[in-house]
Ligand binder design. Structure first.
Ligand code: ADP
Length: 244
């Protein structure tokens, strides 16, 4: 962030980004519901060059028991990056970044999941990042929502996520790794389209008030695109078509 690589052309004179996209164009997104036979629900997502697998287990008993809540179920999320998921081998030990992202995703999912229907139990969400290329928290959150729905966990809405950002003083949709490294701002957004509620909003970088508003708008519009693909993935699994 903050223009570390001044030589990289992030936006050319024709408004084309370093990976050939237009400013408001998301990367290619492919979502598959299901796939893991031993999980209660699962999903796989490719979001540009990000590749992420999510398994959901539960509602199930909580061990140790004192961690359970008699009034409500609890959601537990583990975001984990494979050592081979990035160019330089990542230390397999849980990093502060993975702990932070696990917490952020958990808090972004909680408003959507009807945990009060399952007192004393836990729903576990395991996120495995197989390949990372910027925006893994958004891709993981998107896939986790589909995996929870696939597990039959009652939800108020699904959470769709994508990042908005700023490169070359221009607001863009869906920030890739180079744009994250060398750009001016990165704003991951999680959004429940039916309830029209934002459940995740982070900002790394500096924006003017107008740019901030524009990023939120561009991000929310992007989430609606992601949401359609989430629904398609579930329709494909359960009705054998994409709902068209
Ligand atoms: P997000 O993946 O949600 O954008 P960050 O902004 O923290 O989260 O990370 C941006 C990108 O930096 C990741 O998607 C990944 O491609 C890369 N990255 C993260 N951690 C490492 C690491 N330990 N080694 C190399 N690259 C990493």
């Amino acid at each position: 962030m903050g223009g570390r690589d001044a030589t990289m052309v992030l936006l050319d004179e024709n408004g084309i980004r370093c990976d050939g996209r237009k400013v408001d164009e998301p990367r290619r997104i492919m979502i598959k519901a299901g796939g893991l036979k031993n999980a209660d629900g699962s999903a796989y997502i490719e979001f540009g060059d990000n590749k992420i697998l999510v398994g959901v287990f539960g509602p199930r008993d909580v061990h140790p028991k004192h961690m359970s809540n008699t009034d409500t179920g609890i959601l537990r999320v583990r975001y984990h990056m494979e050592p081979f998921s990035v160019g330089e081998r990542k230390n397999p030990a849980p990093s502060r970044r993975e702990i932070e992202i696990s917490k952020v995703i958990k808090e972004a999912l909680e408003p959507a999941v009807m945990l009060d229907k399952f007192p004393r139990t836990a729903v576990d969400v395991f996120i495995e990042v197989l390949q990372a290329d910027g925006g893994t928290r958004c891709a993981a959150l998107t896939a986790a929502s589909v995996a929870l729905a696939d597990a039959g966990i009652p939800m108020r809405d699904m959470v769709a996520a994508i990042a908005a950002g700023k490169v070359a003083d221009t607001v863009i949709l869906d920030v890739n790794n180079e744009e994250d490294q060398a750009g001016q701002a990165d704003m991951p957004i999680g959004y429940m389209p039916n309830l029209e509620k934002i459940t995740l909003l982070q900002l790394d970088g500096v924006l003017t008030p107008d740019e901030y508003k524009k990023c939120v708008q561009v991000g929310v519009d992007g989430c609606k695109i992601v949401y359609d693909l989430q629904k398609k993935a579930l329709q494909e699994k359960y009705f054998g078509d994409g709902g068209d």
